[in-house]
Design a protein around this ligand. Structure first.
Ligand code: F6P
Length: 319
């Protein structure tokens, strides 16, 4: 009997639970034994593993986070850690592993695959920084969270005629800022992929103010300068009081959106089917609304392409 182990690794992403549910239910439906590995590769090395069944995944499709727990494991990166992990998999009779996470987690999956374990990677990260797929599980939920925050910030900004720098996550990728900034009607979107100088930002605030605009929302992707320094510079150059909101980990939690749940159901189901077909070393992705698979390493090597069309639209609409 085939035995699949599953783990969630790296930063958690809304929709991971829906994906865990899809994997477990597809396994049970097809008579495949399924084992949950707690706390990512760390838990694998420690043998923190339990058998899952239909009831283990009841009532989780709507929950953010991951019932398996997640971690970023240093030990797994070492040859000793890897050897330990492979030994544990053999002790538990696990011949296949499904890894839900970002590119670091996929590299780990590839190494397991090279050691003879069947592996499939499912892209789960709020950052949407994996170039081979249009979207990663968790991204659109994070965007919804940011859009909701922008709307609330805009209410209070308008009441006081203030500016607000809203700092969002994304590691080195500006997608959360871009999609949420466009959907939230932000005045300026600052991302790592595009250079924006302070004058462009302040000119917009000044012209908006002249037109009687009462809110000025600047979305800043994390890592692109300091939000407090940016707010101070805006205040000095425009005379508009400018506050800062760092959204932080609120973007990682919450009920997954319908889109993320659908992606999770499709990818979870497909991962199990691929393993049943003896396929391995593959990453799942979505392109033009179609779920596909490709080599794990080729997948992580595809550079993420920033959507300059969307950025241009945002620029035109925020005059
Ligand atoms: O990769 C997801 C992410 O939330 C990034 O957007 C962010 O830079 C990072 O993880 C934060 O990591 P941690 O939760 O370990 O501080």
């Amino acid at each position: 009997m085939k035995t699949i182990g599953l783990l969630t690794s790296g930063g958690d992403a809304p929709g991971m639970n829906a994906c865990i549910r899809a994997i477990v239910r597809t396994c049970v439906f097809n008579g495949v034994r399924v084992m949950g590995i707690r706390s990512g590769y760390d838990g694998l090395i420690k043998g923190d593993i339990y058998e899952m069944n239909v009831s283990s995944v009841a009532d989780i499709i709507q929950r953010g986070g991951t019932i398996l727990g997640s971690a970023r494991s240093e030990e797994f990166r070492t040859p000793r850690g890897k050897k330990k992990a492979i030994g544990i998999l053999s002790d538990f009779g696990i011949d296949s592993v499904i890894v839900m996470g970002g590119d670091g987690s996929f590299r780990g999956a590839k190494e397991l695959s090279e050691a003879g374990i069947k592996t499939i990677g499912i892209p789960c990260t709020i950052d949407n920084d994996m170039g081979y797929t249009d979207y990663t599980i968790g991204f659109f939920t994070a965007v919804e969270t940011v859009v909701d925050a922008i709307s609330k910030i805009r209410d209070t900004s308008s009441s006081h005629g203030r500016g607000n720098v809203v700092e969002v996550m994304g590691r080195h990728c500006g997608d959360i800022a871009l999609y949420a900034g466009l959907a939230g009607g932000a005045e300026t979107i600052v991302v790592p992929e595009i250079d924006v100088n302070i004058e462009e930002i302040t000119d917009k605030v000044i012209s908006g103010k002249k037109r009687g605009k009462l809110h000025h929302i600047i979305i800043l992707a994390e890592g692109v300068g300091n939000s407090y320094e940016l707010a101070k510079a805006i205040e000095e150059k425009t005379d508009v009081t400018t506050k800062v909101t760092v959204l932080g980990h609120i973007q990682r939690g919450g009920n997954p959106s319908a889109f993320d749940r659908l992606l999770a159901c499709q990818m979870g189901s497909k991962a199990v089917k691929l393993i049943m077909d003896e396929r391995s070393g593959l990453a799942l992705g979505m392109k033009s609304n179609h779920i596909f698979e490709m080599d794990l390493i080729e997948a992580v090597q595809v550079k993420h392409k920033f959507n300059t069309d969307l950025y241009e639209i945002a620029r035109e609409l925020s005059i």
